[in-house]
Design a protein around this ligand. Sequence first.
Ligand SMILES: CC(C)(COP(=O)(O)OP(=O)(O)OC[C@H]1O[C@@H](n2cnc3c(N)ncnc32)[C@H](O)[C@@H]1OP(=O)(O)O)[C@@H](O)C(=O)NCCC(=O)NCCS
Length: 206
Amino acid sequence: MSNGDRPPILATLRLIDGSLVEISKVHEDDAAALVEYADVTAGETDFLTYGPGEFGTSVEAEAAFLRTLDDEQRGLFLTATLEGEIVGIATLARSSRSRIQHVGELGLSVRRALWRRGIGTALATTALAEGRRTGVTRAWLQVRDDNDRAIRLCVRLGFQLEGRRVGVMITNGAEHDLLVMAAKLAEPARKLAQKGHASSPAGTSS
Ligand SMILES: CC(C)(COP(=O)(O)OP(=O)(O)OC[C@H]1O[C@@H](n2cnc3c(N)ncnc32)[C@H](O)[C@@H]1OP(=O)(O)O)[C@@H](O)C(=O)NCCC(=O)NCCS
């Protein structure tokens, strides 16, 4: 990934104004843009685990982290770009330990000005399909219990409530619970078709 070649586009989304959002794996050269993205989005929502100025990762450290993802078994990091600018990200973090490597933790965010255009859903769907392709069979995430939009999105993708972590997030002095939600990922459409089932987009099943 460090040879300057851009990763292939995995999915596209045409917005109502005709502009095109492209979803692809990150490239090591995206490190500076990702740190900036993290700083900007931190000021746009209270639903992330860090606030403005708290991302706390240097460009060098981010680039080093992105290089670890050359190994697909380590996890997945996707960007959604609009006219070359990062407008959303999805991550699927995995352990290097074989007993739990089939599980991926989904992280998701979109620039606030572009909410409610389908970008979050496209990012999550693509991340889950790519995760499934690389061996992830269970996805999970944590979401603040009053983050209704994110919870609805996850439920639509097949995530179910597995638990509640009480008071683990403090925002502006107030304690919040995090919901633990998880989904078993469907078998890839290709394999279903081989078994004689109707093919369908790779995604989740509840
Ligand atoms: C949660 C988050 C990622 C959702 O991103 P998004 O791009 O707005 O997601 P989508 O556009 O796919 O879906 C959101 C809503 O827009 C609707 N929508 C999608 N395309 C639309 C369109 N073209 N026109 C109108 N509405 C549309 C969806 O139906 C959905 O509606 P709902 O909220 O009533 O269920 C975003 O709000 C975010 O970054 N939040 C802060 C960080 C966060 O909460 N991360 C999740 C932690 S698990």
